[in-house]
Write a new protein. Structure first.
Length: 307
């Protein structure tokens, strides 16, 4: 694993001047998303907090020093994703696909997808492709060490919704593995098209946020609370990883995470990924399935360059 070459731990003071740049951060009304938005705005960027609950978003935005605005986006509803993208005008330098749910009880999005796969992955897949013609710099998508947790997580192509075999942690791991495969295939397509846009991924290690509070298991919620108190780093420290991916000069396809033990905490560095997350054939297959499920495809204006 490549290490950060800074002699001091990388932090928000190392973010280059972002004046004149525009960023969208999904799920930015709390936790990692809010910490990410706060840091980018503090460095001079104009940041759009893309949130499901606009009222909560406005409350969060009021805590941020800098240029921010709130726009509604429900990643569990593809009509909302399309509305958000249709309302975007002008260049977008940076898209950070941060929003997500974790280990929730079995459920369905408005479009009928399993909640975690639909919200964490398919919503971001559609959003990215719809905005891609206007993205000028990079897309950073949030994954997790859960993509390589015990049990060898995989994409259940024969049963993506895990119907009849649903397990909250299996569904979460699948959604985060999907984000890495998405990044892999998106970068392949961008490179083939000669696009300067880069696709990167990041994970925050174990960060104490409210994400774990909706776990379907009462026992796991207790364990999360204990871990958040005694093991985890705080949200702003976890957010350093997507921030590092967003502003450092890294190759497309890079995956960033903490450099400490088991990648739970530490300084942002290039992180390891599972063999399943590095499978180009699986990445292409997932992309094709995702296009079929969402009705959203890689933009023709970009793909045409390949011909």
């Amino acid at each position: 694993m490549a290490k950060n070459t800074h002699t001091q731990p990388w932090n928000t003071t190392d973010i280059p001047d972002q004046t004149g740049r525009t960023a969208v951060v999904t799920g930015a009304n709390s936790g990692l998303g809010l910490a990410t938005a706060t840091a980018l705005a503090g460095a001079g960027a104009h940041v759009v907090l893309a949130v499901r609950d606009a009222k909560r978003g406005e409350t969060a935005a009021a805590t941020v020093n800098g240029s921010v605005e709130v726009r509604r986006l429900d990643l569990a509803d593809l009509s909302s994703v399309r509305e958000f993208a249709a309302g975007w005008h002008g260049d977008l330098d940076l898209l950070i696909n941060n929003a997500g749910v974790m280990n929730v009880p079995e459920g369905r999005t408005k479009d009928g997808f399993e909640t975690q796969f639909g919200t964490n992955y398919l919503g971001h897949f559609a959003l990215t492709n719809l905005l891609l013609p206007q993205i000028t710099d990079r897309v950073v998508s949030l994954s997790s060490t859960a993509h390589k947790s015990p049990g060898s997580p995989r994409i259940h192509f024969d049963n993506l919704d895990l119907t009849g075999e649903y397990d909250p942690m299996t569904a979460y791991s699948q959604s985060k593995l999907a984000m890495l495969l998405f990044t892999l295939e998106l970068q392949r397509r961008l490179t083939a098209a000669g696009s300067p846009v880069r696709a990167l991924a990041a994970h925050p290690g174990w960060s104490a946020t409210n994400l774990q509070g909706n776990d379907a298991s009462t026992l796991r919620r207790l364990l999360w609370r204990l871990g958040n108190k005694f093991i985890a780093q705080d949200g702003p420290a976890g957010a350093l990883n997507p921030l590092y991916a967003a502003v450092q000069d890294l190759p497309g396809g890079s995956f960033v995470g903490p450099d400490g033990m088991f990648e739970m905490r530490g300084t942002p560095s290039l992180a390891g990924r599972s063999a399943a997350a590095s499978d180009p054939a699986a990445a292409r297959r997932l992309w094709t399935v995702s296009e079929e499920l969402t009705g959203v495809t890689f933009p023709e204006a970009i793909a045409a360059v390949q011909s």
